[in-house]
Design a protein around this ligand. Sequence first.
Ligand SMILES: NC(=O)c1ccc[n+]([C@@H]2O[C@H](COP(=O)([O-])OP(=O)(O)OC[C@H]3O[C@@H](n4cnc5c(N)ncnc54)[C@H](O)[C@@H]3O)[C@@H](O)[C@H]2O)c1
Ligand SMILES: O=C(O)[C@H]1O[C@H](OP(=O)(O)OP(=O)(O)OC[C@H]2O[C@@H](n3ccc(=O)[nH]c3=O)[C@H](O)[C@@H]2O)[C@H](O)[C@@H](O)[C@@H]1O
Length: 374
Amino acid sequence: MSANGTDNSTSKKPPSPSPLRFSKFFQSNMRILVTGGAGFIGSHLVDKLMENEKNEVIVVDNYFTGTKDNLKKWIGHPRFELIRHDVTEPLLIEVDQIYHLACPASPIFYKYNPVKTIKTNVIGTLNMLGLAKRVGARILLTSTSEVYGDPLEHPQTENYWGNVNPIGMFFDIEKEFFALSILSPESKYPNDLVTHAAGVRSCYDEGKRVAETLMFDYHRQHGIEIRIARIFNTYGPRMNIDDGRVVSNFIAQALRNEPLTVQLPGTQTRSFCYVSDMVDGLIRLMEGENTGPINIGNPGEFTMLELAESVKELINPEVKISMVENTPDDPRQRKPDITKAKEVLGWEPKVKLRDGLPLMEEDFRQRLGVPKKN
Ligand SMILES: NC(=O)c1ccc[n+]([C@@H]2O[C@H](COP(=O)([O-])OP(=O)(O)OC[C@H]3O[C@@H](n4cnc5c(N)ncnc54)[C@H](O)[C@@H]3O)[C@@H](O)[C@H]2O)c1
Ligand SMILES: O=C(O)[C@H]1O[C@H](OP(=O)(O)OP(=O)(O)OC[C@H]2O[C@@H](n3ccc(=O)[nH]c3=O)[C@H](O)[C@@H]2O)[C@H](O)[C@@H](O)[C@@H]1O
């Protein structure tokens, strides 16, 4: 309280860094929290952070889409700690940096329980910001290219405000008919597609937009050190095999000799970033001076048909490609403008799609027990 009795909590004075930074025993150590660290990107980030012997890493995860398996090489390591915890509940620990990744990322999973997805993005981010404020930690949010929605600008720069549908329903007659027919009990579509389509994307993209707002409000109001990464489609080893995202679907289908399911029209585009490039970008952002938001992704742009053709050529030339119905709200094109990442982080991706796919194939072959024919 100030002398006149008013609450000073809105002052812009930055909090002091965690006392751990000055403590005798932890002098050279950085204590780093990774929420969602048992997931795909999180576990690769943990591997990289653990390479630095001065880092202690704490992972918090509720295992909704992640697994302890992804972290098994670190369990029991003296610089590593794994906590089962849901970020929608407050967390009281002492850390210097927070990489806040916790949130299901595959559309099938984030649509599964949309209210929970919103809570994870909003309450989860609030809790992590509260933690950052209490201990003076720097916090990085993994936001998404989905904040641009179905973008009307191409490629997307960070200045673009997006084209997002807040309620995820269609007003286009033709599309509305499609959405309703997909959802009706007499639907000709299979059950899994109905379940997938029954959700809309707004819980995720609007959830991440609010999370970004919260980050900036805490920064402006409380002086918290923030970093925001807008991640574009990332792929690599350890993705869930039945995760539902396009690269994992196609690779698993090619290895099982099942048709590659290209969702209509097949001309929609995405830009795919290999996970080691992503982790490098996230660490540079955390360590650098720029708050972001910064696009981190690979600007190489492919239609889903082109992706299917590449998977067919590289992994199984015999496999068929089958065109299937799409789900509502699917963005038609997506490609990051990474000028800012190049300028302020000195970062750009190194791994081309054609080099990354075989690395992922190797991991999927091992997990599916499908050896490579000579
Ligand atoms: N992979 C991508 O292409 C991509 C693109 C854009 C943004 N992102 C973002 O990056 C982050 C990681 O994505 P990913 O691909 O590794 O996804 P993932 O689903 O593999 O990992 C998410 C992790 O968060 C955990 N989690 C979910 N809800 C939680 C909760 N309430 N409390 C605690 N833990 C919870 C999951 O169990 C999982 O381990 C997410 O925030 C996602 O939105 C990913
Ligand atoms: O990068 C991002 O910002 C977002 O990208 C993905 O969302 P999305 O691009 O919809 O990812 P996929 O489910 O992999 O779909 C990509 C495209 O492939 C198509 N697809 C998907 C699956 C499939 O079997 N076949 C197929 O053609 C979809 O219609 C879509 O056009 C992620 O899963 C989000 O978490 C992330 O935030």
